[in-house]
Ligand binder design. Structure first.
Ligand code: AKB
Length: 320
């Protein structure tokens, strides 16, 4: 019997992954946790308030629900981390170490932890960055991801813990608001477009970044967690790739449906972060090891978001 605990369940990925895992494992077998109050996506099932730095409470919940699988998603993203260096280091590192240590002690069957394209820095290949590239990030977030990957590999090697990980590109969903990442302009842009507002982009028009639609991210996570352990050759974290585009390209994709949409470019400190990351990623190892394949192109994603987001915004504003 699977008993799943998710940390950071109110976040962009957490809220959608929780819904999918509940469909697969049953509402009564998925315990969503977050440091903040449960949001609307958590109404359907079990929810517990948890600060992942509170190891005693974390331990109690694992014991109480007889947890067999953990998805540890609680973290500060890149742009917020640059503004809160010590908090980011404390949360991103100690949150992971608490998870790995408790998983080992309670013999948790599988652990998932998200890494990021932020592990790469200016010395990595810009285009189709290979799995085995130098990992010399220039951001505190990237440093926590490189160290985290090494901790995952260590716990796997030393204790046999089945911890699996993906280097996510920028994740784009319409169900939750941006969460302090550099790639989050590509979430906000759809909200502004649907509301008929001008979008001020904090990146420059030609700043290409690897990106992925949320439904592909959820699929990748579930596929990796379902893969046979003996097929997995990477125990740091897998490169995965779906789409790559610039702010100008996503704006043009939106303009096909909303011709009046306008964007202004006002790059700030986040442009420097974006410039240190790859433009696109080579994910051939993930394709080989666990048959990874994305479904969404830029235009397909835009169509899907613009089909659903207006209803969601209408519903939210009528509830306010
Ligand atoms: C961020 O922009 O910080 C994240 C990431 C690429 O990991 N979306």
């Amino acid at each position: 019997m699977r008993k799943i605990l998710i940390t950071g369940a109110n976040g962009q990925l957490g809220s959608e992954l929780t819904i999918e895992l509940r469909k697969l494992a049953g509402n009564e077998n998925v315990i969503a946790t977050d440091i903040s109050e449960p949001d609307k996506s958590q109404r359907e099932g079990l929810f517990e308030k948890l600060d992942v730095l509170d190891k005693e409470l974390y331990k109690e919940l694992i014991r109480k629900y007889k947890i067999t699988e953990i998805y540890h998603l609680a973290a500060l993203l890149s742009a917020n981390a640059e503004k809160n260096v010590e908090t980011a280091w404390g949360l991103n590192m100690n949150g992971l170490l608490n998870t790995l240590d408790l998983a080992r002690k309670f013999e948790i069957g599988k652990v998932f932890w998200p890494s990021s394209i932020a592990v790469f820095g200016p010395d990595a290949h810009k285009n189709r960055t290979p799995q085995e590239s130098p990992c010399n990030p220039t951001t505190v977030y990237g440093i926590t991801k490189v160290a985290g990957e090494q901790w995952c590999a260590y716990y796997h090697r030393k204790f046999g813990l089945d911890v699996r990980s993906i280097r996510y590109p920028g994740l784009i969903g319409y169900k939750s608001l941006p969460g302090g990442g550099t790639t989050d302009y590509a979430v906000d842009i759809y909200h502004k477009a649907v509301k008929g507002e001008l979008f001020n982009c904090f990146l420059s028009r030609d700043s290409a970044l690897p990106m992925m639609y949320m439904s592909d991210a959820v699929k990748a996570t579930i596929d990796l967690m379902n893969a046979q352990a003996d097929r997995l050759t990477v125990r740091t974290s897998y490169n995965v790739s779906a789409i790559s585009f610039t702010p100008e390209e996503i704006a043009n994709s939106i303009k096909k449906h909303i011709p009046g949409f306008s964007i202004r470019y006002e790059p700030d400190y986040r442009q420097e972060i974006a410039a240190s990351w790859p433009d696109s990623i080579d994910d051939s190892i993930a394709r080989r090891d666990w048959d990874w394949e994305p479904d969404f192109s830029l235009d397909k994603m835009t169509m899907d978001i613009l089909r659903h987001l207006p209803n969601l915004i209408e519903k939210t504003s009528s509830m306010e």
